[in-house]
Ligand binder design. Sequence first.
Ligand code: URA
Length: 205
Amino acid sequence: MILDLLASQSQTCKACRLSEGRTTVVFGEGNPDAQLMIVGEGPGEDEDKTGRPFVGRAGQLLDKILEAAGIPRSSVYIANIVKCRPPGNRAPLPDEAKICTALWLNKQIETIRPQIIAPLGASSAEFFLGDKVSITKIRGQWLDWQGIKLFPMFHPAYLLRNAARTPGSPKALTWQDIQEVKRMLGTLGPKQGQEVKATSQQPLF
Ligand code: URA
């Protein structure tokens, strides 16, 4: 399986300075046939220890958000812009993001071919949009990235720091956003190539 091969190759990556401080490379995990791919910024302390994306406090909130919308975590693929923990949880630097995405994230996307990508937070959205962005301005909108529907959302770590649930709050907006993702998932047909796979075992007459 291509993803397994990439994941094992990534474990010895030393292409940028982030490799120096990491404990574990956090390649990403989930359904290799996912229609929805969620892309965070980079591993935090818990992810660096366990080698799994979004398992710390922000990850637990992400799990709740997905569950509340009826999107099983096991149905999506979860990855990050950079695969190694930036020191002190700082945002990845532009060269780190460039090197790491060219080596790993782009290949993950090419392999999974999701119909929707939801970047979480500004630094993830910036990779896809190629420019500094205000996540507050661009979240909750359907954009296009190389023919894939792009739907930026707030990062769950931001929601942990802004816990109000009042109308218009980041949490309230995220609740709207995830329901919009769920609605869009319900409108998607099978991914290109899957239709043929699904019928190839049956008589074609
Ligand atoms: N924050 C991220 O952006 N990614 C993780 O995997 C965990 C926390």
